[in-house]
Write a protein that binds this ligand. Structure first.
Ligand SMILES: Nc1ncnc2c1ncn2[C@@H]1O[C@H](COP(=O)(O)OP(=O)(O)OP(=O)(O)O)[C@@H](O)[C@H]1O
Ligand SMILES: [Mg+2]
Length: 457
């Protein structure tokens, strides 16, 4: 079904031009020439338009009035792109604050309009999908991504969930190993039982063994009472052995026996305890290499690695970043009752070009931080910070000359900082930033590209 766009402008010629361009793009188009009409279309029952392209200056209720009214009846984002005359930056900023999706300065190139419209529907699509995914599962346990690599993972998870086979999940830090283990458990025949997690790296050998297998009273100093281990607690459920590559060889041997015989003794005990437990292990180590180095038992490796799930690093599936970002914007709201924050294209580009050594966890932290830095408003490029980034420097002309900077280089550096700050204040919208900087949109873009190129050198 074609998307429905409402064009609201009091000038018939502009409506005409936009109608033609948008119809050509395959949209269904209707028109309005006053603010009152726009409100009537939105509030007139039915589903209303999917998007309105609205002029700010209209007779009667103007665009800002319309945004205010719409805002009163809806939360956060409005499906509205506003158009306003060049030079009225404050109006544009006001419109964005009121929740307009984007802003286009008149006079505009038709391409600017179709790009902004396309971007709106793309984002809408991502957002719809995330909302659907959230509705389908428990919130924190969704695996996001539809890259081929992730699709292969879903298939494996689906296939093995119903068996009791042991699974070894591997992948770099932050790639979602624990999340995969959780999803596996939730979808398995063991899902009515508990999911017990043990971090094998967190405890020294003796404590880990008593943690896993339990102990009898008096088994060692401090064992004042009998205690059940994690394997016992995980009976009829799943035990998740995180960082299994950190186990000592002695503990590995005991684990091997549990996997082979499905029974064990508590530390200091003689009675064998039988368990029916699904085992999922995870590691960010290259276990075959650890085997060669003599740090990991080969026989244990084969017992654990019955089913292998190897999670790809995020840099190898960067196409999943927009959907992941949308997911994290839904997950990490600015305040209770706030809607998901929005992100500018520039900020998204920055996320897309980072190489994510910390993988999905790093992306999640970055988005969460950006939401806070932007105070729940639109996330701009400046709100995207990576650890270790150089802090903002102050201007020191004396030092610059002492450092041998040319006037040209110095000015370019200033210009670059000025433009970024303008972008930040404009909520990431280039046209608004251009207005703030006294430039037209085209010149703004050129200068930004040039300063980006400078930064790369
Ligand atoms: N595919 C994904 N979809 C949605 N969220 C994800 C995905 N992968 C990871 N996450 C999120 O990223 C964070 C880190 O994931 P997780 O703890 O599972 O990684 P890990 O591989 O166990 O990391 P580590 O090796 O550091 O222990 C979690 O908040 C998790 O929910
Ligand atoms: Mg983990």
């Amino acid at each position: 079904m074609a998307q429905h766009i409402l064009i609201a402008d009091d000038t018939a010629a502009i409506r005409e031009v936009l109608r033609e361009a948008l119809t050509d793009e395959g949209y269904e188009v209707s028109e309005a020439s006053t603010g009152e009409e726009v409100l009537a279309v939105f509030n007139g029952g039915g589903s209303g338009p999917d998007l309105a392209l609205m002029d700010i200056r209209m007779p009667g209720k103007d665009g800002l009035d319309v945004l205010r009214s719409l805002r009163a009846s809806r939360e956060s984002e409005l499906p509205v792109i506003v158009m306003t005359a060049f030079g009225s930056a404050s109006t544009a900023i006001e419109a964005m604050k009121l929740g307009a999706f984007d802003y286009i300065a008149k006079p505009f190139e038709l391409e600017e309009v179709t790009v902004a419209v396309g971007r709106f529907f793309e984002r809408q699509d991502l957002s719809d999908r995330v909302v659907r995914l959230i509705a389908e599962s428990t919130r924190d346990e969704i695996l996001i991504g539809d890259s081929l690599a992730m699709q292969a993972i879903y298939k494996t998870v689906g296939r093995v969930a119903r068996s009791d086979a042991t699974v070894l999940v591997s992948g770099e830090t932050g790639t979602g190993k624990e999340l995969v283990a959780t999803v596996l458990h939730r979808n398995s025949t063991y899902s009515s039982g508990p999911l017990i997690k043990v971090n094998c790296a967190a405890l020294p050998e003796t404590l880990l063994e008593s943690e896993l297998f339990g102990h009898e009273k008096g088994a060692f100093t401090g064992a004042v009472a009998q205690r059940k281990g994690r394997f016992e607690l995980a009976n009829k459920g799943t035990i998740f052995l995180d960082e299994v590559g950190e186990m000592t060889l002695a503990t590995q041997k005991k684990l091997l026996r549990v996997l082979q015989e499905r029974e064990f003794e508590r530390v200091g005990g003689t009675n064998s305890i039988k368990v029916d437990t699904r085992v999922v292990a995870a590691t960010n180590k290259d276990l075959p290499r650890e085997i060669e180095a003599g740090n990991f038992r080969e026989d244990l490796y084969y017992r654990l690695n019955v089913i292998a799930i190897d999670l790809p690093p995020l840099r190898d599936r960067s196409g999943d970043i927009p959907l992941l970002v949308e997911h994290f914007l839904h997950k990490h709201r600015y305040g209770r009752g706030s809607g998901p924050a929005r992100i500018s294209q520039e900020a998204m580009n920055r996320l897309l070009s980072h190489d994510w050594p910390g993988n999905v966890r790093e992306l999640e932290n970055t988005v969460e931080r950006a939401v806070i830095m932007a105070r729940g408003g639109i996330i701009a490029e400046e709100h995207i910070t990576f650890p270790g980034q150089e802090a903002r420097r102050t201007v020191d002309v004396t030092q610059a000359i002492a450092d041998g900077a040319t006037l040209d280089a110095f000015l370019r550096d200033m210009e670059s900082r000025f433009l970024r700050e303008a972008l930040r204040q404009a909520g990431g919208n280039e046209s608004v930033a251009a207005n703030l900087s006294g430039l037209d949109a085209k010149e703004m873009r050129q200068r930004l590209r040039r300063s980006e190129a400078d930064d790369l050198n």
